[in-house]
Design a protein around this ligand. Structure first.
Ligand code: ATP
Ligand code: MG
Length: 302
């Protein structure tokens, strides 16, 4: 999806972006934007709309559906293009690189500016959206902007959390955010799930992650999706990433979510490295993490 955008970005012209912005604007009011409204929404003449629309349809940035009227809406690639354009305009990025991770809820790419960075496009809501709409009349106007809205909210949320935590917690340094996308430091490491630690490394690495969780809690957040897939390990330590679902510590479930995070992490180490953590007293460990008095697994593991 975004691979397509990277290649079309170079041949998109200013007026193409006006058209895309016009469609985006119209989608605040209805899922399918009436073609007749596009001159007003985009600030382009009717002839220019025809021409630009042709180009954007051809490049699969928008899609068309004739209901009672001719309707248009952005595809994710069109939304990607608008975000990339915003980043390029404010010099956050000037080149697009290789995919770093393409999943169901996000696409992450290496991008370049004065140095290499990571760009994450949130896709939350998209899969659900398709699920839901298969079941019912496609033209029904419920939840008409749900996927854009959900994905944008997730990016905003993740950026906000990174800003609150960096640099006290080892998270990627946040650089910029626009629409459903955020730009952050490119982490040079290996996902915990893909590392094979030596027996001597197991406790210190697990402790290092718990200690980041304690710092995050002190600064007001529980990760709430802690797993071996959301931690990078490198020569100089651990980095915890993927924060859009983080929950504030004053939330009524914060403590339970912290406990679940701790259990997920310990469970992973226990399965992969049986017996290497020792016999951990989870209750006092969670208490220590929540009160920022955690000082290494040694005190909680026999
Ligand atoms: N800052 C970064 N630097 C380098 N690689 C990254 C960075 N952020 C994410 N990645 C890569 O992209 C992948 C997906 O990122 P992330 O975990 O944040 O998204 P996700 O929402 O979990 O995606 P999915 O829906 O696939 O689970 C990661 O597993 C990682 O390999
Ligand atoms: Mg993840």
């Amino acid at each position: 999806m975004a691979g397509n955008v990277a290649s079309v970005m170079t041949d998109l012209e200013t007026e193409d972006f006006h058209l895309l912005s016009g469609v985006e604007h119209g989608m605040r009011f209805s899922e399918w934007v009436d073609r007749g409204k596009l001159p007003e929404f985009s600030g382009l003449t009717r002839e220019e709309v025809d021409y630009r629309l042709g180009r954007c349809l051809e490049r699969k940035l928008v899609e068309r559906k004739t209901i009672q009227y001719e309707g248009l809406r952005l595809r994710f690639a069109g939304y990607d293009a608008l975000a990339l354009r915003a980043f390029a305009k404010r010099d956050t990025i000037d080149g697009f690189g290789a995919p770093l991770g393409v999943g169901k809820e996000s696409d992450v790419y290496e991008v370049r500016s004065y140095r290499s960075l990571a760009l994450k496009f949130h896709r939350e809501g998209y899969t659900n959206f398709r699920e839901v709409n298969r079941e019912r009349d496609y033209t029904a106007d419920h939840d008409h902007v749900s996927w854009f809205y959900t994905a944008r909210k997730a990016a905003e949320r993740e950026y906000e959390v990174l800003e609150a935590l960096y640099p006290d917690v080892r998270v990627p340094r946040p650089e910029d955010q626009n629409r459903h996308a955020l730009v952050m430091e490119l982490i040079d490491g290996v996902e915990l799930s893909r590392t094979r630690l030596t027996d001597e490394q197991v406790r210190p690495i697990c402790s290092a992650i718990l200690s980041e969780m304690a710092s995050a809690y002190r600064l007001g957040y529980v990760h709430a999706d802690m797993s071996e897939y959301n931690v990078f390990v490198s020569e100089d330590g651990v980095t915890v990433f993927d924060w859009p679902q983080a929950v504030p510590t004053d939330h009524e479930n914060a403590r339970d979510l912290l406990e679940r995070d701790v259990e997920n992490l310990l469970g992973y180490f226990e399965r992969k490295y049986p017996g290497k953590l020792g016999d951990v007293d989870v209750t006092s460990l969670v208490e220590a993490v929540a009160t920022d008095s955690f000082d290494g697994l040694g005190s909680y593991a026999g």
